[in-house]
Design a protein around this ligand. Structure first.
Ligand SMILES: Nc1nc2c(c(=O)[nH]1)N[C@H]1C(S)=C(S)[C@@H](COP(=O)(O)O)O[C@H]1N2
Ligand SMILES: [Mo]
Length: 448
């Protein structure tokens, strides 16, 4: 259990971490006089800040800590900033249950410790079919060609410098692997939200609309109804994207992520952004777009990312994510310390547009109440919701249910399994349940 708790990251506030050794000793020996003396000495040495009435007995308010009475670190001590040493548990993690084959693996995003909707770039989940590469941008080329010369007037090869001179867009979008929540089909109750839902992340991406580049190459949109996107890594990642998505202007060739260049793990220096569509189509280390007149049925769409239906048939090209949500705090692996008020917080998203409403339940779906959405609500991006809850110390089942602008309602496991059966891996958007027991411990359960 200790290990699970550690994996859950931000579990309990740990104010004891902030005590100096002296303070710890003083507290242990109950020498209140010592605390008072050092407080007075410290205030005399430094212009005393305005102090509110001290809480009786708490050394954290009765004494001036070292950081108040000494010089701080110089500017640019760390030319590239990193999180506080006290946040070192909040990390991407590989699932103990998932095998790593060569570089092919996945690291999960620690959703339980994040706020708002933007995923810090260093915590963005990773999914590589053949490991990640750090490409020299001066050597990277991006080509646009046609499966047939009649589909395109001017096939071209672009350098990164050329792309970065073009008109750019910056948009916030989620990317979710189609296999997110995949092990839950088999009811393998992984312990934390990091493993149930951690293959979703959300960033502000910057780049050039693919439509602009296809126009530049003189694509014949009457004939060229599909594009094939290809990556430069060793996985031969190739995906078909219907031309309507490109023509809508939403698909873009990105070089920026959260205000800086993409991280190597996320496709530096170029990746495709295909809003609302499963992650596999967001080809990283993008080096080529081919326009064609039919779907390509590549390995990554004929064998992988297909859904085995109850009648034994495979469903193909179901790439758009339906509405989904999850409560991230409190969540599996965490422990409620006491009865009383809790802010229930989570994320919701839909590949079909904006989130319209999120409901939360504390009794496993018998009663629902509407959560508060943090705005502005963005198209095909994570949306943060919050709801108040007073825990009475009795067992509870926490759930959230997203509704998107098309009116689609996130299904229960029972509803999802009635249509999809139990043999799938991909595209699980069922309602997640967290069970709270009297001790305050929270675990992952499925409610049908
Ligand atoms: N070239 C290339 N692109 C790729 C992949 C890959 O292995 N190689 N993995 C895909 C998959 S399956 C997913 S879910 C997303 C993950 O993006 P991320 O690693 O930035 O989170 O990238 C996609 N693009
Ligand atoms: Mo994926």
């Amino acid at each position: 259990m200790g290990n699970l708790l550690e994996q859950a990251g931000r579990l309990r506030p740990a104010p004891e971490n902030f005590l100096s050794d002296e303070q710890v000793k003083a507290v242990a020996s109950g020498r209140r006089d010592f605390l008072r003396k050092s407080f007075l000495a410290a205030s005399a040495a430094l212009a005393a800040p305005v102090v509110a009435r001290a809480t009786e007995g708490d050394p954290n308010i009765l004494t001036n800590p070292a950081w108040t009475t000494s010089l701080g670190q110089p500017v640019a001590a760390r030319p590239y900033g990193t999180p506080s040493q006290f946040e070192s548990q909040l990390l991407r993690r590989e699932s103990p249950g998932l095998a790593r084959v060569g570089g092919a693996s996945v690291s999960f995003c620690p959703l339980q410790g994040l706020f708002g909707i933007i995923t810090p770039s260093g915590l963005h989940f990773e999914r590589h079919h053949q490991g990640w590469v750090d490409i020299d941008p001066s050597k990277h080329r991006f080509m646009v060609n046609g499966s047939d010369d009649s589909l395109i007037k001017r096939p071209k090869v672009y350098t990164l410098d050329e792309l970065m001179r073009m008109p750019s867009v910056s948009r916030i979008h989620f990317v979710e692997c189609g296999a997110n929540s995949g092990v839950e089909w088999a009811n393998v109750a992984v312990p934390t939200v990091q493993y149930t839902h951690g293959m979703v992340s959300c960033s502000e991406f910057t780049g050039v609309p693919l439509k602009h580049l296809l126009d530049d190459c003189g694509v014949d949109y009457k004939k060229a109804r599909y594009v094939l996107a290809e990556g430069a890594d060793g996985s031969s990642m190739t995906r078909t994207i219907p031309m309507e998505m490109v023509e809508s202007g939403e698909v873009f060739v990105a070089y920026g992520q959260n205000g800086e260049m993409l991280r190597p793990e996320n496709g530096y220096p170029l990746r495709l952004v295909v809003p609302g569509v499963q992650g596999v189509s967001w080809v990283k280390w993008l080096r080529r777009i081919e326009v064609g007149d039919k779907p390509y049925a590549t390995k990554d769409e004929a064998v992988h990312y297909i859904d085995l239906m109850p009648d034994g048939q495979h469903r193909q090209y179901t790439s758009i994510h339906e509405a989904k949500s999850v409560i991230t705090t409190p969540s599996g692996g965490q422990t409620l310390l006491d009865k009383g008020f809790y802010n229930i917080s989570g994320i919701a998203w839909s590949g079909r547009g904006r989130i319209k409403r999120v409901d939360v339940s504390f009794d496993g779906g018998i009663n629902w109440q509407t959560a508060r959405l943090e705005g502005p609500i963005q198209n095909k991006a994570l949306t943060r919701f919050n709801a108040p809850w007073v825990w009475d110390g009795k067992p509870a089942l926490l759930q959230s249910r997203a509704i998107d602008e098309t009116g689609y309602v996130q299904p229960s496991y029972g509803q999802l399994r009635a249509v999809r059966g139990s043999k799938s891996i991909y595209h699980n958007n069922a309602i997640q349940s967290w069970k709270v027991v009297e001790s305050g411990e929270i675990s992952n359960v499925q409610v049908l």
